[in-house]
Design a protein around this ligand. Structure first.
Ligand code: SF4
Length: 120
């Protein structure tokens, strides 16, 4: 599972593309957990990234199914009155954000492996 610094770029992209659209975001958030709002993004980011990586589809339904199976099943927030969390309606944006980071990383890795053009 993704952990620590591996997750920082995903969190930054999600903050920008997902949290910015969240209507449940408390004043001063994110981060929202210290402000009393427990959200699946902050609680389960590693599992969320893993679950998105296991699906390759142009449709959102397989991502929703996998999210419920792999993330919600084990979410500590599930038995509380803060479930469902904003991920339930922002999942499409979260998937896009995660795939944006993946594309950026793939591009960076491709560039670093491409030899410099021969200089005369
Ligand atoms: S919808 Fe509920 S179970 Fe799923 S991540 Fe959000 S809080 Fe957790």
């Amino acid at each position: 599972m993704y952990e620590g610094t591996d997750l920082e770029e995903y969190m930054a992209e999600i903050r920008q593309s997902v949290c910015a659209h969240c209507i449940e975001r408390p004043p001063g958030g994110p981060p929202c957990a210290p402000l009393g709002k427990r959200c699946g993004i902050e609680l389960n980011l590693g599992q969320l990234v893993d679950s998105v990586h296991e699906v390759h589809s142009t449709a959102i339904d397989p991502y929703i199914e996998k999210f419920h199976e792999d993330v919600c099943t084990f979410c500590p927030n599930r038995p509380t009155n803060q479930c469902p969390c904003p991920l339930e309606y922002l999942l499409t944006l979260a998937v896009q954000a995660i795939e944006t980071v993946d594309e950026r990383r793939a591009e960076r890795s491709h560039k670093s492996k491409t030899p410099e053009p021969f200089q005369r």
